[in-house]
Design a protein around this ligand. Structure first.
Ligand SMILES: [Zn+2]
Length: 201
């Protein structure tokens, strides 16, 4: 006859096994249904990035200022005042960032001429994204300060995110992860000539 203690032990073991089984089952469903979302579940670096757990070693925008425009640096254009670059962790294809060269976190400290130049690039960027990616709308905005959601609050940047009808799913809301129909490099190569043309013109 089994003792009370051993019965408890067996019940506990069964509970643990059931939990492990249901976790494995859930992961398999995730992989089958959302194969492209696997990075979120299997790439701890990305998870740590979206949870803002990665230590910031240097300012990525100041690094962008030093870099040459390329698919590697994600810099589309540097006109000597402003940088337009692709977001490495986009919410949608063609998610761009318009960044002043100066490492400045407060909009009131920004030079008026630089601010005007940022607006000019916002306008141009919208036009290029519309022409090249055929998007139907945009989200444009600045998260000013860490409490407002700025990932890099010390270096101001303007987001421009192209939108298409029906492009939303629940994933960005719960996991800050998005399925992208093309790679960053593919989008970069399509957009870059149009940005280069703007400075030559
Ligand atoms: Zn900076």
């Amino acid at each position: 006859m089994k003792t009370k203690a051993s019965k408890r032990k067996v019940a506990k073991k069964a509970k643990v096994a059931a939990k492990a089984h249901s976790h494995a089952w859930a992961m398999n469903v995730m992989k089958a249904v959302w194969p492209q979302e696997r990075d979120f579940f299997e790439r701890p670096e990305r998870y740590r990035y979206v949870r803002k757990l990665l230590p910031v070693s240097a300012c990525v925008f100041c690094e962008g200022v030093e870099a040459k425009p390329s698919a590697d640096s994600l810099v589309l254009i540097n006109d000597g005042h402003v940088l337009v670059m692709m977001n490495k962790y986009p919410y949608n294809s063609g998610h761009l960032l318009i960044v002043p060269l100066e490492h400045c976190g407060n909009i009131w400290d920004l030079d008026d001429a630089v601010m005007a130049r940022m607006s000019w690039w916002l306008k141009r960027s919208a036009q290029i994204l519309k022409e090249v990616l055929n998007c139907q709308g945009f989200n444009m905005g600045i998260n000013h300060g860490a409490v407002a959601g700025a990932g890099i609050p010390d270096h101001l940047h303007w987001h421009i995110v192209p939108r298409w009808a029906g492009d939303t799913n629940f994933f960005p809301l719960i996991a800050e992860t998005k399925v992208l129909p093309e790679t960053l490099e593919q989008t970069y190569n399509r957009l870059q000539p149009h940005f280069a043309k703007q400075v030559k013109a």
